[in-house]
Design a protein around this ligand. Structure first.
Ligand SMILES: CC(C)(COP(=O)(O)OP(=O)(O)OC[C@H]1O[C@@H](n2cnc3c(N)ncnc32)[C@H](O)[C@@H]1OP(=O)(O)O)[C@@H](O)C(=O)NCCC(=O)NCCS
Length: 164
């Protein structure tokens, strides 16, 4: 599939709400639909997208197929999901379901990791549900588990950006 990875435009910042919803881990075998309200009701979710563009470390890339944005990968530094310290931006990422498992997520993460490294950031972080297969992607990209996240169902991971 042909796709382009590029920086998000300001008029697309609102799409991150949608991609945060898509990033919610849905366990295999789960029947039904996760209510969209969870991303607003949970302050940890809200912090990942609300007011994007207003914080110093906010950076995002999107994947475009044809003229449609089909995925996004972004970082913010907040006290919420993925927080390690105030100098370490945390990743969020998702693609619409039919665009998954074709290398686009890897390409988006590589692009943003390179950008953060070039900008001088020392580390990047993220949190992931322990059962989420995305864990493998993060490990391949060099993220390492540093402990539990907000509870024992999630891992907190970090990657050193300046060593390689
Ligand atoms: C996670 C995600 C962005 C990865 O992008 P992608 O383009 O599918 O990934 P790539 O094709 O580059 O790499 C494949 C890896 O992605 C991950 N992956 C693939 N499909 C996935 C899915 N449905 N859910 C979670 N992770 C998935 C796996 O780690 C896979 O590695 P594996 O083949 O060894 O299992 C994408 O699959 C997605 O949007 N998943 C649902 C949302 C999500 O889980 N976001 C992360 C929250 S922490």
């Amino acid at each position: 599939m042909e796709y382009e990875i590029r920086h998000i435009r300001q008029d697309e910042w609102s799409l991150l709400e949608d991609f945060l919803y898509e990033a919610i881990y849905v366990p295999e075998g789960f029947e039904g639909e996760i209510p969209r309200s969870v991303i607003f009701d949970d302050p940890k979710c809200r912090a990942a997208f609300e007011g994007f563009g207003s914080l110093a470390d906010d950076r995002a890339v999107v994947a475009e197929v044809g003229s449609e944005v089909v995925g996004a990968c972004w970082v913010r530094t907040t006290d919420e999901y993925g927080h390690i310290d105030n100098d370490t931006p945390s990743f969020s990422i998702s693609l619409y379901p039919s665009y998954r498992s074709q290398g686009i997520g890897t390409a988006m993460m590589r692009a943003l990791l390179d950008e953060l490294r070039d900008a001088g950031y020392v580390r990047a972080s993220l949190s992931v549900q322990k059962e989420n297969p995305a864990l493998r992607l993060y490990e391949r990209l060099g993220f390492q588990i540093i402990g539990d996240g907000f509870d024992e169902t999630e891992w907190l991971m970090a990657k050193d950006l300046q060593s390689t």
